[in-house]
Design a protein around this ligand. Structure first.
Ligand code: GAP
Length: 439
């Protein structure tokens, strides 16, 4: 049975806390303003999400290279990009209960959702979402820096460096994964909207006349990526932006959206940014940011197609899509049907008993598998309880070492979704699991 939607959100949030995926940040001090820490399982899964993206966007392609740009950045970047002037949300204060809200997210623009009073809002003012701080020991003019609100600008300001060091010609892309920061007025819905989060962005530079073709290409590629990693088609859709929704730089944007428990929400935006960013940075920096084609003598500013995804938000969607409960022998089994690529552990090694006789061969199996797969090793409680624990965190395979293993040098391999078991010789285990996991 699929878990019903109203409780799904709470079930997943509870599981994340209970099993060490995501903890409220600074919890011993009462938590800290919608920030979260990724625990022992969360750090593995989040890394798997980012690795899956990197594999598909960089490793498997010859037209994309990577970058890791600084998070601290000077105001000139954000002036040129338009963020200083335009990266704002409309903020209103309720004069009765003193709460703050995003005007564009209010169900009724005249009624405060916190105290229910009508007509108590101030005029909306444009609130800039960038975090500003100061670099160096002396505060004052010329020391202000910003925490980047998107990774994208790192690619634009390094366009020339990359072009000069890597022999690529448009169409080619620069990819980056990393933290971004936005002083969101209303963070919430767990890690869906936070002030500190991770993005996975590609800036794909193309000859201007090819922009529309590549825009469509990336819409389809990115939609497929989520499907391949196990998000069901009925929970995924592509939604083109209306003209009044477009960002200040965009001449066309479509969002990949996921059916969250509260409704459709954005996972990723694919934008046709035209030549806006390179032209802006060229003008403000005085540098030439263009491509010169030696074979034709042509010089032009490439247009940019940008698939911009959230790593932390996608991880939440993958968890929601994978969560399932089913009845097995009159008991409810919770199982995370995660794609093996995303599962924190690929294999759990479970000695049937804690007896010393089984431990040497169990540890031998662990050492055999560790170089190939992220493994868990668990000797506590009954084997049934240990299977359930692994099901709940999405481990695709459990390997049980029993007393027969000492004689026949074989182990029992149990598959998470079907719960089917097979006896496999230890010496064939690596190739068996490699083939079954299909990584
Ligand atoms: N460079 C374009 C850009 O940043 P965006 O739509 O603002 O576009 C891209 O952000 C993705 O980053 C979003 O689709 C979402 O997945 C993620 N994201 C944005 N703001 C976020 C937040 N406050 N918390 C978590 N993820 C966020």
């Amino acid at each position: 049975m699929a878990s019903s939607e109203p409780t799904l959100f709470n079930q997943v949030v509870n599981l994340c806390k209970r099993r060490g995926f995501v903890f409220p940040s600074a919890e011993i001090y009462g938590g800290f303003r919608s920030t979260y820490d990724y625990g022992p399982l969360g750090v593995l899964m989040l890394r798997n999400v980012k690795d899956a993206w990197w594999r598909s966007m960089v490793q498997m392609r010859s037209d994309v290279v990577g970058l890791d740009a600084a998070i601290l950045s000077p105001p000139q970047i954000w002036e040129a990009s338009g963020h200083l002037a335009n990266f704002t949300d409309p903020l209103v204060d309720c004069t009765a209960c003193k709460t703050r809200h995003r005007e564009d997210q209010l169900e009724d623009p005249n009624v405060c959702p916190t105290c229910g009073k009508e007509g108590t809002f101030t005029e909306a003012r444009a609130f800039n979402l960038m975090f500003k701080t100061s670099a160096g020991p002396v505060e004052g003019a010329g020391t202000e820096v910003y925490l980047r609100p998107e990774t994208a600008q790192g690619m634009f300001v390094n366009f020339k460096n990359v072009l000069e060091t890597i022999r690529k010609k448009p169409p080619f892309g620069i990819a980056q994964v990393g933290k971004s920061f936005r002083n969101e007025i209303t963070p919430g819905n767990f890690v869906f909207r936070t002030r500190e989060f991770e993005q996975m962005e590609l800036e794909f530079f193309v000859p201007p006349e090819e922009a529309d073709t590549w825009y469509r290409y990336w819409m389809s590629e990115r939609y497929e990526w989520y499907l391949e990693l196990g998000v069901p088609a009925d929970k995924l859709r592509m939604r083109p932006h209306d003209d009044d929704e477009l960002s200040h730089y965009s001449s066309g944007t479509s969002d990949v959206e996921f059916m969250f428990p509260w409704g459709w929400g954005e996972l990723e935006g694919i934008a046709n940014r035209g030549d806006y960013d390179l032209k802006q940075h060229a003008e403000k920096s005085g540098q030439k940011l263009e491509y010169f084609d030696q074979s034709t003598g042509e010089r032009y500013v490439p247009h940019c197609i940008e698939p911009a995804a959230g790593a932390t938000r996608s991880m939440m969607a993958f968890l929601l899509a994978a969560y399932d409960e089913e009845k097995v022998n009159d008991e409810v089994r919770t199982v995370l049907r995660l794609h093996p690529r995303l599962a924190p552990y690929k294999v759990a090694i479970l000695p049937l008993s804690k007896k010393d006789t089984l431990l040497p061969v169990s540890e031998e199996v662990l050492k055999l598998l560790q170089p190939h797969f992220m493994c868990d090793y668990d000797v506590t409680q009954t084997i049934g309880k240990r299977y359930r624990r692994q099901d709940e965190i999405g481990t695709p395979f459990c390997v049980t070492v029993d007393f027969d293993s000492l004689e026949d040098r074989a182990v029992t391999v149990r598959e998470r979704d079907s719960m089917e078991q097979e006896r496999i010789p230890i010496e064939e285990l690596v190739s068996y699991l490699t083939q079954k996991l299909g990584l």
